[in-house]
Design a protein around this ligand. Sequence first.
Ligand SMILES: Cc1cc2nc3c(=O)[nH]c(=O)nc-3n(C[C@H](O)[C@H](O)[C@H](O)COP(=O)(O)OP(=O)(O)OC[C@H]3O[C@@H](n4cnc5c(N)ncnc54)[C@H](O)[C@@H]3O)c2cc1C
Length: 267
Amino acid sequence: MNILVCVKQVPDTTEIKIDPVKNTLIREGVPAILNPFDGYALEAAARIKDKNPDTKIVIVSMGLPKAMDVIKECIAIAADKGYLISDRPFGGSDTLATSYIISEGIKKIEELEGKFDLIFCGKQAIDGDTAQVGPEIAEHLGLPQVTYGLEAEIDGDIVKVIKEVEDGKEVIGAKMPALVTFTKPAWDPRFPTIKRKMAARKAQIPTLTAADLPTINLEHAGLKGSPTKVKKTFVPQKKTGGIKIAEETAEDSAKKLFATLSDAGVL
Ligand SMILES: Cc1cc2nc3c(=O)[nH]c(=O)nc-3n(C[C@H](O)[C@H](O)[C@H](O)COP(=O)(O)OP(=O)(O)OC[C@H]3O[C@@H](n4cnc5c(N)ncnc54)[C@H](O)[C@@H]3O)c2cc1C
């Protein structure tokens, strides 16, 4: 079994700041972490490896050279190898260009590591939050996809995914090769061991540039290959707090709430 996990390095904050001129995220000065949903995708791959020990888990990330840190973190947790996709023409990519570049990277990595049975992604990145890149990679590569996965298991040439739906869970089977995106499951991902951390520190992470991707069409990469045009961004004004109703008893609180809402003309 050969599993690729796509991981993104994201700023460790929910207070995303936007460059007002370029309309892109300001990443400088903000600590960077592994996108939490990608951690769930890695854990799902690790659980498959627990049951099928000959499984190989390969990580890919597209980003600046410092994204090596999250690749190494994944190797410390459970992955066997990692690749970084990084080059100047890839900068400024929107989700369509990002997924195109990553899918071209995957074709190259498959030449080196063998075909992937499964490609796992997080449901979404906590900075961009579009949840588009995983499904778009599946489209670029012509693979079946299952989104909102919680758990995955192998049954012959089928991946069986327990997925979250609005009113519960569904089990969906997809013939491999397939792509699955993962959301937050009920369990926490495993931690790295000291031994794995030390090995990860020494791991060599090859960088794939545009020159390494023979079939890439740079017209579809970077800012010029991105059909998304951001016209305006703004930070919504913080709402000022409402009023606190905490009387002695629940009954008094309910009376006060009723009076307040009546005075405001809501009731
Ligand atoms: C016009 C425009 C210009 C932009 N310019 C820039 C820019 O200059 N610099 C910049 O950094 N960003 C830029 N962005 C943001 C960039 O498009 C997104 O960061 C990127 O496409 C991922 O989208 P997302 O964060 O919504 O990921 P989602 O679609 O929410 O991510 C889903 C999953 O896809 C995988 N994934 C996503 N991104 C990556 C990645 N990079 N590597 C590996 N796996 C990944 C992960 O598994 C992730 O959990 C720009 C966006 C737009 C619209």
